[in-house]
Design a protein around this ligand. Structure first.
Ligand SMILES: Cc1cc2nc3c(=O)[nH]c(=O)nc-3n(C[C@H](O)[C@H](O)[C@H](O)COP(=O)(O)OP(=O)(O)OC[C@H]3O[C@@H](n4cnc5c(N)ncnc54)[C@H](O)[C@@H]3O)c2cc1C
Length: 442
């Protein structure tokens, strides 16, 4: 398989010290050997693929999922656990230009529906996924950003129909949000969770609905046949009527040529500290259970988990090499201590990285693959896929079942993403963007 980053980025190395894996027992699954028939084949067992499998299984469809490694191997098993609005980075002005104000509203409704979908799944199945936080808090890292919060509050009201709460700088510490910040705005939508607990429940419930799931079964090629498609894997073939590609940032350049260069994989890095004592929390002034991020262009995201371990994430490197990883290792520590200086001596117990996917359209693509009747893909959640990839799986299952219309499906999700320039070398486009953003963020 040909990939955009160095091959080690797609192997076990980035998740040697993955906190979530210590909280969930490993799932043992078979590898596909021989030939199999199924109605719907799903390639990739992250939130997108597992959610599609769950929804299809629930509708009584014969569905088979295959993962090149194992379920949750990709971003799903290694994200920050922010179940929040997002999925795209597109502005309201661009949405208006692209598809008009009604569609812009539908797009924002879809973001909210995505969070509601996960929320309802968790409550309907009475799941313990270490949930916390009432919505998500944005912290101003410059005074000017705090001045923009009233306008943002109006926009949030218009977009999502909720009232965001603004805190002025002097109020931050008394609300447990002490740090190098100039104000805060909390949108009361979303919550934090343990992504592997949520995903493994999704997997097990999908299995109870009849979904068959294979590990160590990479799709190598998708070949059209008279009856549908044959999906070739190293030890067997899956013949299906319909298929869903759910490989997002872990997609290769050659498994399915249509995907090539339509997404830009970007690395993101996370650290998790040892549990932080009450005394240490008070010393820093951060005692909040809110999941939060700062207003930098290259933002930091962080949250105190229910067990008092602190999770802190930011962008990763342009390479997956020893040197680049070491630079990111130093940078993430530097930025963490810069924002939370009282915790400079707190040990970091876990550290990992993974790949998210961006689309040129700045919106996810969730739809049919042109020229492949019965072929669908969902990808490009811009680092916000806990809710949106789950929603994407639900939408893709609606498409397979010809039941579109039961949930918001904005036109912006249906715009075929154009290819990035530079082909396999497209990640180098990020170098000037990172350099510029770093100077803007100072
Ligand atoms: C470090 C990090 C932090 C993040 N934090 C957050 C967060 O806090 N909140 C949030 O909303 N989002 C976050 N994200 C993004 C979010 O995790 C992703 O958007 C989401 O998990 C994407 O899910 P997915 O199922 O589409 O893809 P993935 O979870 O990446 O799964 C793709 C799967 O496809 C498999 N695959 C690839 N090729 C093949 C093939 N040929 N055959 C079979 N299988 C194949 C892979 O093995 C992988 O398991 C983060 C991502 C990272 C990396």
């Amino acid at each position: 398989m040909r990939y955009v980053y160095e091959t080690d980025a797609y192997g076990p190395d980035p998740i040697r010290d993955l906190y979530w894996s210590t909280t969930v027992p490993p799932v043992s699954l078979p590898t596909l050997h021989g030939s199999q028939k199924t109605d719907v084949a799903v390639i990739g067992a992250g939130f997108t693929g597992l959610s599609a499998a769950y929804h299809l299984g629930q509708a009584g469809v014969d569905v088979t999922v295959m993962d090149a490694q194992h379920p949750m191997f990709g971003a799903t098993g290694r994200n920050g656990g922010f179940c929040c609005l997002g999925g795209g980075t597109i502005s309201n002005a661009s949405l208006d230009r692209l598809c008009g104000s009604d569609q812009r509203q539908l797009y924002r409704q879809a973001e909210k529906a995505a969070v509601d979908l996960v929320d309802q799944f968790i409550s309907n199945h009475d799941l313990d996924v270490d949930r916390h936080s009432v919505g998500e808090t944005l912290l101003a890292h410059k005074p000017k950003h705090a001045q923009d919060f009233p306008a943002l509050q109006d926009e949030i009201q218009r977009d999502y129909g909720v009232t965001a709460e603004i805190l002025e700088k002097p109020e931050l510490r008394q609300n447990g949000l002490g740090g190098a910040f100039h104000g805060a705005i909390t949108t009361p939508i979303g919550f934090g969770l343990n992504p592997q607990k949520y995903a493994s429940e999704l997997l097990q419930i999908a299995q109870t609905k009849g979904a068959k799931i294979y590990a160590n079964t990479p799709a190598l090629r998708i070949v059209p046949t008279t009856l549908g498609y044959d999906i070739a894997t190293p030890n067997g073939t899956i013949s299906c009527n319909k298929f869903i590609i759910a490989t997002n940032g872990y997609s290769s350049e050659d498994m399915f040529p249509w995907m090539r260069a339509r997404f830009l994989p970007v690395q993101s890095s996370v650290i998790v500290t040892r549990p932080i004592t009450n005394q240490e929390q008070t010393a820093q002034g951060w005692t909040s259970a809110q999941m939060a991020y700062d207003s930098r262009f290259l933002l930091h995201y962080f949250r105190m988990m229910p067990n008092n371990r602190f999770l802190f994430g930011m962008r990763g490197g342009l390479h997956y090499t020893k040197r680049s990883n070491e630079l990111i290792r130093q940078k993430i520590r530097h930025d963490f201590v810069g924002l939370f200086p009282a915790w400079r001596d707190v040990t970091i117990d876990y550290e990992w990285s993974g790949l998210v996917a961006l689309n040129r359209s700045e919106t996810p693509y969730i739809g049919e693959i042109p020229g492949y009747a019965g072929g669908y893909a969902g990808f490009g959640y811009h680092g916000n896929g806990v809710a949106m990839a789950s929603y994407s799986g639900a939408l893709l299952s609606d498409m397979v079942l010809d039941r579109i219309g039961t949930r918001p499906y904005p036109k912006a999700f249906q715009h075929i993403p154009t290819q990035f320039p530079l082909g396999r070398f497209r990640r180098y486009m990020l170098a000037p963007i990172y350099a510029l953003a770093q100077s803007v963020d100072l």
